[in-house]
Design a protein around this ligand. Sequence first.
Ligand code: TRP
Ligand code: ZN
Length: 877
Amino acid sequence: MAEQPQAIYLKDYQVPAYLIDETELHFSLGEDHTEVRSVLKMRRNPESTASSAALELHGHESLELCRLAIDGRELGAGDYRREDETLGIDQVPEAFTLECLTRIRPRDNTALEGLYLSDGMYCTQCEAEGFRRITFYLDRPDVMSVFTTTVEADAARYPVLLSNGNPVARGSDEDKGRHWVTWQDPFPKPAYLFALVAGDLAHIERPYSTASGREVMLRIYAERKDLDKLDHAMDSLVKAMRWDEEVYGREYDLDIYMIVAVDFFNMGAMENKGLNIFNTSCVLASPETTTDGAFQRVEGVVAHEYFHNWSGNRVTCRDWFQLSLKEGFTVFRDAEFSADMNSRTVKRVEDVTLLRTAQFAEDAGPMAHPVRPASFIEISNFYTLTVYEKGAEVVRMIHTLLGPELFRKGSDLYFERHDGQAVTTDDFVRAMEEVSGRDLTQFRRWYDQAGTPRLEVSDDYDADSGRYRLHLAQSCPATPGQEQKLPFHIPVTLGLLGPDGRDLILDNGDTSCVLELTDSSQTFTFEGIAARPVPSLLRGFSAPVKLQYPLDRQTLVFLMSHDSDGFNRWDAGQRLAIDVIGELMAQHNAGEPMRLDAALTDAFAAVLDDESLDPAMVAKVLTLPSEAYLSELADCIDVDAIHAARQFAKKALAQALAERFERRYRALAPQQAYAPDAAQVARRSLRNLCLSYLVALETPEYLALAQAQYDSADNMTDRQSALSLIAHSGATDAAAAVLDDFYRRYADQTLVVNQWLSVQAGDPRPGALDRVKELMQHEAFDLRNPNKVRSLISVFCNLNAVNFHAADGSGYDFLAERIIDMNRRNPQMASRLLTPLTRWRKYDAARQALMQSQLRRILDSGELSKDVYEVVSKSLA
Ligand code: TRP
Ligand code: ZN
């Protein structure tokens, strides 16, 4: 192999040798290529200690350099060095103007980084290091500059020309049919927040006055055909703006705020200053085409990107190791927003489910890394669940330790002190320390140590003295490069339930308290306890740890019905189900008939009968732990036993509770016109869950019920649930017919067609891989579109375990082929696709060998992108 990509290290950080005070850009968009002219006002950084006066600019190998000049003097080929990713100039003055003309080819840009075409419209994606594919620059977040951008293009094809900030001038050259607009962004920003859009776009708009009375215009742009699907995003944006004013005291700062929806996008959305660019899947919503889950995702992502205006843009990251500074904090902010807009407990259950299923698995795999990584080969590989979701948990723990008032004071101090700066996670923690007078030195280990800590709990009670003692012990497994871990500072929110199921009043006068575990083991003593209590540990999931406190099924049922903490009530139900499914797996593997413990049936019956409970929470409680979560919990994943046991449990519950499921199904029938509000979402979620149990019985009667729901649904939530239930049932004719019907109805709705692909990719019955291969040839599929790749290929490989992990290795072979094919075209996508293969250590010896051999095949397949190289090489190490 050629030269192997090298890692870069946080410890090697140095301030930039040069700064860019002003950036002037001129884009001339052409059919064949685009010319980018830049004028950069640069000067030596007074804080730099670098001895040489050399200037090193970033620039991707795809840049065609046409002209380079310093202070008006053109440089010859001998005056600079062009390397793979940089352009070096040995001698530059203290302060100077650098002019640069480059030529780029957006039409050929399949990586979707830098400037590219999405369905005929130009757009950019510059985070993390995409700007260097546009022009030569200091493409690092601690170089902040004010930008003036002129976009010039064919007036007929690209009537809308957008960039960051405010439009300040425009003009046209009628003879040539071209026009231009100049945009000015007064806020200094790093290049990763630069954005440009050009296309034939329609928009909606809404005026907004901020808390202090400033007038702002909000605009959301999309292709004309999608204009009717933008209202929900606009409503969400307005809610997010109000919420940030009320909860964090943060206002918007430009005169316009724009969102543009694009169909080709590697991630969910991007917070470019004043000009967010969104994956259509995170903006467009209408009752006829969008499920409740997707409505809520739009609300959450719109809020997330909006919140970045403060936590990310006004205060940004010093370097990419600090990524969680903006992402962890912003995920925490958007989660709290969603909790306030909808059901707090439901939101917490969803977030913790994602964390425990996917982030814990990441922590246990070869790509495990701390919230603040110490090194990386390719930063795009570190936009992970660890940086985002665990990073948000770390912020949440600070919130728990300080309480809401001090946390708000800390965030005020952080924003005030660092406005306009590029800072570190340490700066964030320091602000929290200063307002609270607390020492968070040990707490900082959450940023630096990878892995999921284990929290082992035991207790004893002495009736004579009325003394109850809790013994907490922590440990953390080794992760790559980190053999030994030091104890974490773990906030354990605790309640004690008396024998009647009521909370005891604790010494703080409250029903909950926060125990702070800082040693490897500690004992906490409670006096004056009249009878042995049942502890409710980690209420609200107060720390991202694996709790080990064995409870018998009876006690779990007790917690399920009595715990005053909604999250722990749900969690007790999950633990009960996990325990029962584990028993079924053992029976299955022993060749015995499986028999479901009635404890689970009875507990589910009680929850179903209790009409006082929030239907959304009932749906969560009655949802069996996913195969993915059961896999994460296993030491060695037995794909088939997990599937068989879970399916059996589902069917047995359906048999035992059919009458109840049917009764609630009917009682929850829609009473009003569709709205994606919390109350209706709750009803639909429980109703569709009831239907899923009924269809598990595979009787003609219940299949007909699903078919009737499919036919009469006035919204996508109900139609889609019915579709996937029928499509995954044993009724093959009905399945084929309903899939055909669905495609015919929605063939012109890209996002709906993507759901249609996903339903088929997720079909657990045999033959799914062949179907996926067929669908890759279907007109609805496009390998260059990440949403389609995710809908078909990622869903198959991540959510269809029995088929992907087929013992003959066909699933692995298929995935390796896709990755090799995608490696050059779109490295970020290719690298993300790898995830399921990186988990090979968790499978049996035969599967391990098959997965490893596919990883080696990828490694040997030719010139790998840094993205793919990093993940494959670390997985095999
Ligand atoms: N900053 C974006 C967010 O979390 C993430 C993002 C969008 C991104 N597009 C990307 C990261 C492309 C890497 C590459 O809101
Ligand atoms: Zn973000």
